[in-house]
Write a protein that binds this ligand. Structure first.
Ligand SMILES: Nc1ncnc2c1ncn2[C@@H]1O[C@H](COP(=O)(O)OP(=O)(O)OP(=O)(O)O)[C@@H](O)[C@H]1O
Ligand SMILES: [Mg+2]
Length: 331
């Protein structure tokens, strides 16, 4: 199947403290000023076949949002390659990205912050249609926007209201309508329901899945909640400290996890159905700082199975079954 997106060895980092936090190191008899950097994304590779859902999962701070923002070119990549529909967009300028903006859309975690507070809801959804000239006339654009609003459950008489006059769940519905207004091929949803009440989360997730069936776009879905990921995804990637440690078809990763970190993550969710994973020792300590990445495997300090080599060499990605990849010296 053709890929909508292919990401190869993506790297992103941030300079912190404007030099105040730079460190002096001494190497080969000379002092060197070292810039302190947050190493947020450290060589991430994955692909998304057209029409499918790929989920990125991992603890807070592991680099999920930074990966997403780099893919959509809100941030310039520091390394690696991004291929969108086979086109290398890694070095595309803002101007070159403009026509692609209608094919790649993003749904954000905080719906209110992502909507212009001074625009009426109709305008919020209609504006991208007009900007990308997807309608011949303004009245046709209005019709398209109203149609979408109705699809996401906003009634016609509500279309002239402002974002603050809606609940969080409704605001996210409006954000979804805006993202879909340009008929994107690819939608990145960065924790789209985590700011919402649990009671509303299911409605929004169901809506997102229904719309995908109707419009046939592909998703990069970012989430903490493994139970959600289990239902919504075709493929998953487990992230730890800026790396994907395991990836594959959802059913393989969930029923036969390989990486000790994946196993620990899965053990941390209550299991209502199916068999429990074999008992494993708990993970020690806390996620290390991305300012100073650990040597070798990023997980070795916390891993109950760490061997000597784990401290020295980052494990190469290996295929343990068709379409199931893991970076761990145990395999
Ligand atoms: N603009 C920035 N400047 C400096 N550091 C940043 C910036 N954006 C993100 N970071 C750092 O990069 C790392 C990865 O952040 P990111 O937001 O990608 O994590 P995340 O996996 O999305 O976390 P969460 O689940 O909490 O949303 C974190 O250590 C974060 O503090
Ligand atoms: Mg995030």
């Amino acid at each position: 199947m053709e890929n909508i997106l292919l990401v190869e060895n993506l790297i992103q980092s941030f300079r912190v403290g404007k030099g105040l936090l730079d460190e002096l190191t001494f190497q080969n008899g000379r002092f060197i000023r070292e810039t302190l950097r947050v190493h947020a994304v450290n060589g991430v590779s994955f692909e998304i076949p057209r029409g499918t859902v790929f989920s990125l999962v991992g603890e807070s701070g592991c680099g999920k949002s930074t990966t997403a923002r780099t893919i959509i070119k809100l941030l310039e990549p520091k390394g690696g390659r991004i291929l969108f529909q086979g086109m290398d967009i890694t070095r595309f300028s803002k101007k070159e990205m403009l026509p692609l903006r209608k094919q790649m859309q993003m749904i954000f975690q905080d719906p209110y912050a992502s909507l212009n507070p001074r625009s009426r809801v109709l305008d919020i959804v209609r504006e991208p249609i007009l900007f990308h000239r997807l309608a011949d006339t303004k009245s046709q654009a209005t019709e398209m926007a109203m149609d979408l609003l109705q699809k996401v459950g906003i009634r016609p008489e509500q279309a002239n209201r402002y974002p603050h006059q809606f609940s969080g769940g409704q605001q996210q519905r409006i954000g979804i309508a805006r993202a879909l207004s340009v008929h994107p091929q690819f939608v990145i949803a960065d924790e789209p329901v985590s700011a919402l009440d649990v009671s509303i989360q299911a409605q929004i997730l169901n809506l997102m899945m229904d719309l995908q069936k109707e419009f046939h776009f592909s998703y990069l879905f970012i989430a903490h909640n493994l139970a959600v990921v289990k239902h919504i995804s075709d493929h998953v990637g487990i992230m730890y400290l800026g790396k994907i440690v395991e990836k594959g078809r959802k059913q393989d990763v969930f029923s036969n996890p390989k990486h000790p970190y994946t196993i620990a993550l899965l053990n941390s969710i209550p299991r209502l159905e199916g068999k429990n994973l074999e008992h494993t020792p708990p993970i020690k300590g806390e996620i290390p700082s991305p300012l100073h990445l650990p040597s070798g495997c990023h997980f070795h300090e916390r891993c109950p199975y760490a061997m000597e080599i784990c401290n020295e060499v980052y494990p190469e990605e290996r295929m343990t079954a068709p379409n199931h990849w893991v970076s761990c010296h145990l395999y």
